[in-house]
Design a protein around this ligand. Structure first.
Ligand code: 5GP
Ligand code: ZN
Length: 118
């Protein structure tokens, strides 16, 4: 747990969230600024800043997050597929430094990478 991490505060219930799933190790909640009709995040309750700090000890937890993604996506109505995004570090555009897997879908999902950008 990290005292001033927004997502740790959400895990502790100090900041409200719209939960999609919770167990003893992980929490899923809807993004406050969705980029698509369905946009939620899956996080470990453990404060792990990003994939850059992950190691073999976190393998089962990371696997659990990825295996939950399709289950929860379908529960949220994304029966036709979804996008997962994990931003890692400042260079990856990460804003909240508590590892999270974005699950995004519904509507028109554009290609992820603009091919004209070098
Ligand atoms: P990142 O850019 O770090 O991959 O994504 C952080 C995400 O967290 C952003 O999509 C942002 O909208 C979301 N976010 C930031 N603060 C809060 C919050 O207090 N509650 C919720 N539900 N989402 C948040
Ligand atoms: Zn945290």
């Amino acid at each position: 747990m990290s005292d001033n991490c927004i997502f740790c505060k959400i895990v502790r219930g100090e900041i409200p969230c719209k939960k999609a799933y919770e167990d003893d190790e992980v929490l899923a909640f809807h993004d406050i600024h969705p980029v698509a009709p369905v946009h939620f995040m899956l996080i470990p309750k453990l404060h792990l800043p990003s994939l850059l700090e992950a190691d073999e000890r976190h393998a089962a937890l990371l696997g659990k997050l990825l295996l939950l993604a399709p289950k929860l996506a379908q529960e949220q109505g994304l029966t036709n597929g979804f996008r997962t995004v994990i931003n890692s570090g400042k260079g990856g555009g990460q804003e909240v430094f508590h590892l999270h897997v974005h699950v995004i879908g519904g509507g028109n999902i554009p290609p992820m990478v603009k091919r004209d950008v070098a």
